[in-house]
Ligand binder design. Sequence first.
Ligand code: GUN
Ligand code: ZN
Length: 432
Amino acid sequence: MTPKQTLLRGRVLSFTAEPQGAEDTSAYAFIEDGALLIADGMILAKGSYDTVSAQAADATVIDHRPHLLMAGFIDTHLHFPQVQVIASWGSQLLDWLNNYTFPEELRFADAGHSAEMAGHFFDLLTAHGTTTAVAYCSVHKTSAEAYFTEAARRNMRMIGGKVLMDRNAPDGLLDTPISGYDDTKALIAKYHGQGRGMYAITPRFAITSTPDQMAMAGALVKEHPDCYVQTHLSENHDEIALTADLYPQARDYLDVYQSYGLLTEKMLLGHSIHLKPREIDALAETRAKPVFCPTSNLFLGSGLFDDAGLRSRGITNAIATDIGAGTSYSMLQTLNEGYKVLQLQTQKLHPLRAFHWITRGNAVALGLEDRIGTLEAGTEADIVVLDSRATPAMDLRMQRAETLSQELFILQTLGDDRSIAQTYVSGQPMKP
Ligand code: GUN
Ligand code: ZN
């Protein structure tokens, strides 16, 4: 029996490369009356409605016109145990961690709490159009189990890992080099490559890991080269100074990770704001990925990410919310603030490049562009349906929009979860 086929009709936008502007038409396909044929969680065909519907006479048609159909958004850095930390007032990174974040993460020792929060977390992601994310869980194995269990229940392509942290935090948040290693091994065995789950080895940052733990993390990376590695780098000046005290032999912050064998092209480095020339050289050489977290960087007063500077060295930057220092689950709002961070440095972010970034661009940073981030036939059916007139202010502004680029810029500047008309994960609608 052939699997049940669904035909999504709408204004289809998909990227095949990074566009620099609207005239760069070889980088994207826009089909005004387009369609996607999906079955069994995969995209079978993309094209004009007339062409695709002729191939699929028995398919159930869902007409999303006049909305846009795009690949689901990808969030490359956020913290699952911080769903109740977001919007905590008044401090910069280290005080924010000690006063708000660590007390909250302690609760994730409890399996029931972790499971309940995982439900909310995944509901929020899909409500905001995010279909893949790379998350930090708490130090507790239970939190990662809740995360991967809920992701699998929803058939989402999710990456994550329990944080390794064995110093400079409350007792209930500390593992040891051995227990962190053992728990990570067990979680990789259970979840990495199971269904759509993928594991990220996650030393939280230099300050919360002893040299012994960094060495164990390096062993994990060597033993599991197909896993991701994620951490934080050079977010805040006090953090950088304390890291230099804790690792006096390191040439710079990045060298802490590099000298223990963590720095590979599978590594995602959240923030990467205050970098030295040697660190930028090392990122370029190793093809590791800095992650721009604009709402977080503004909220904690951390600094301005130098997107153009890193790109000019051939470095691939990812972009992310960094919930809960980030202030919105929306990748649209992340672009909105990202645009402003770049404006402050007289750098430009064209809306076509912006929408490429939160879809195919982040997929490229993860090495997953053959599976997610585009609407090409043969990729996974993670799709977002975008309503550019979702609010009265958007509707009014849209009356003056004449081009696709203008519409996209309105969406990223004024849009949020209200603009997400539907989110499909593995071909299944996530909104009622
Ligand atoms: N550095 C280490 N941990 C964290 C965290 O949870 N959030 C942010 N923004 N930076 C960090
Ligand atoms: Zn973070």
